[in-house]
Design a protein around this ligand. Structure first.
Ligand SMILES: O=C[C@H](O)COP(=O)(O)O
Length: 249
């Protein structure tokens, strides 16, 4: 049986007490789960959720991080502050950060390198907009975001990186890439990683799919050779919609 990396990105949902309730349910439900798991609550709930997942098989993730270790960065959260709360994984370059908050590849790359230098795992998100897909540029966009996001990352540190392919037009829209289309982009991203780091590193790279992944389409997506897990938004907000994905065989 393949071992997948199933991650929940709770985005800007849930108060701390709601987050604790969901995390408590998930610790119970995923206890014997066969896969690797992560949940990423809002910054405001990290401390409380950290105490719930401690000692469980669920890693604690953050949804973003500052480019700098400390300093005059009003409203930002640093890698040291995340580590202080027990965060083990950080999602970087999510399309909502890229497109709504205008984070560019060089900023994302600084964050990737800073997180890795402090021993955090990174989920680096890449993915094209609808107009880019329609213009035949999906591969070009994913290649650029992968190459620029990973620039300067050593082969050793690459072991702590997961790539999440999230076609922006599929996020929160109910539209999912077909398993075949998603797999083709995943295979393409793997080729880029092979070109940058060699075949063994590319083979070992976990590439998650994200974009309206739900219990009823997860199995078909995860059956594809190049889809190694999921980064799940909407369906991660309830135990009874997340657990069936997380426990899939
Ligand atoms: O980080 C998660 C993705 O943006 C997917 O979100 P979604 O499952 O709500 O489409």
């Amino acid at each position: 049986m393949r071992k997948y990396f199933i991650a929940g990105n709770w985005k800007m949902h849930k108060t701390a007490s709601e987050a604790v309730a969901l995390a408590t349910d998930l610790v119970k439900e995923l206890k014997a789960g066969p896969h690797k798991y992560m949940i990423a609550p809002s910054f405001t709930a990290l401390d409380a959720v950290s105490k719930v997942v401690k000692g469980s098989n669920i890693l604690l993730g953050a949804q973003n991080m500052s480019t700098d270790e400390q300093g005059a960065h009003t409203g930002e959260v640093s890698v040291l502050q995340l580590k202080d709360l027990g965060v083990q994984v950080v999602i970087l370059g999510h399309s909502e950060r890229r497109h709504t908050y205008k984070e560019d590849d060089s900023m994302i790359n600084r964050k990737v390198k800073l997180a890795l230098s402090h021993g955090l795992e990174v989920i680096l998100c890449v993915g094209e907009l609808l107009e880019e897909r329609e213009a035949g540029k999906a591969e070009k966009v994913c290649e650029e975001q992968t190459r620029l996001g990973l620039a300067g990352v050593s082969l050793e540190d690459l072991k702590k990186v997961t790539i999440a392919y999230e076609p922006v037009w599929a996020i929160g829209t109910g539209k999912t890439a077909t398993p075949e289309d998603a797999d083709a982009i995943h295979a393409f991203i793997r080729k880029i990683v092979a070109d940058m780091y060699g075949a063994a590193a590319a083979e070992a790279m976990i590439i998650q799919y994200g974009g309206s992944m739900k219990a009823d389409n997860a199995a078909a997506l995860l059956a594809k050779a190049n889809i190694d897990g999921g980064l799940i938004g909407g369906a991660a907000l309830k135990a009874d919609t997340f657990a069936p994905i997380a426990l899939c065989k």
